[in-house]
Design a binder for this molecule. Sequence first.
Ligand code: FAD
Ligand code: FES
Length: 297
Amino acid sequence: MSNFEIVAREDFSPVTYLLEIRHPLMAKAAKPGQFVIVMLDESGERIPLTIADFDREKGTITLVIQAVGKTTRQMQQECAVGTSLYAMVGPMGIPTSISHAKKVICVGGGLGVAPIYPQARAFKESGAYVIGVVGFRNKDLVFWEDKFRAVCDEFIICTDDGSAGIKGLVTAGIAQAIANHPDIDEVVAIGPVIMMKGCADATRPYGIKTMVSLNPVMVDGTGMCGGCRVKIGEQVKFACVDGPDFDGHKVDFLDLMTRLRRYTKEERMALEHWEKGEKGCRLQTANPAKAETTAVK
Ligand SMILES: Cc1cc2nc3c(=O)[nH]c(=O)nc-3n(C[C@H](O)[C@H](O)[C@H](O)COP(=O)(O)OP(=O)(O)OC[C@H]3O[C@@H](n4cnc5c(N)ncnc54)[C@H](O)[C@@H]3O)c2cc1C
Ligand code: FES
């Protein structure tokens, strides 16, 4: 039994769910922009997840997860209130630098909607005028509208089908905000890579500083394995220790997209094995004695 007890769960849609986890020390240390690496069970994969919220008084951190593959779907099935995660390390990564910007646009789409919230709140607390722009496929998938409205001076929802807010991508929301406010100092964007690329492209002509939070494949999260290598201008950086926030106008997004697709075959196989009820790694099943000595905590 670990100490990482799940104390609350909320399902926002068939693929998006929230887990609130008790960890007073982590809640005390967490800052906007940081992430944790979790393991569901002893033989589970280590997956990075952004700290979407933290409550220092309750001693909890909140994760909002999209079920996209084997581990995130398994967590969706197994993580109930009262159960525990096997391992959780963090807070990792360099916290978002809350600049002295007077007017900012905080943009979230897909798995980036929740992680942009603590950043919007931190900018608001620093005295900035905050414009929130969030994107969903349709109105049924919208969540945390009240939370965002409480920390944003303006809040723009964008939906693919126009069922809530503006019809279009978050870039339509950015265009509207820039048209109404020619004095935007900074844009912060979190979401799928293609979305963050779109945000950087949208602000480049205006020369507005644009920070993005990169999500390359991470393994150790300590700068040792090189898995999370990203190209930023002429430099190579490790997102786990040098980021995850980088200047969006310098990121090589095409390289990042290529690297994210590198293990598609293995990810599909892992999902198929799990769906068939084949538990864990076949190597470990074949040699349980060895599995015990190689288990990583
Ligand atoms: C810093 C950071 C913060 C993140 N925050 C969140 C979050 O708050 N909520 C959320 O839903 N997702 C977040 N992700 C993405 C999440 O880690 C992946 O969706 C998850 O690892 C997928 O695992 P899977 O087994 O379910 O799917 P898989 O089928 O294994 O993978 C699906 C896709 O997820 C990506 N992925 C797979 N393994 C990893 C890995 N070890 N590290 C990073 N990406 C991986 C790849 O693009 C892959 O194609 C974050 C990623 C990073 C790097
Ligand atoms: S995850 Fe290994 S170096 Fe960043």
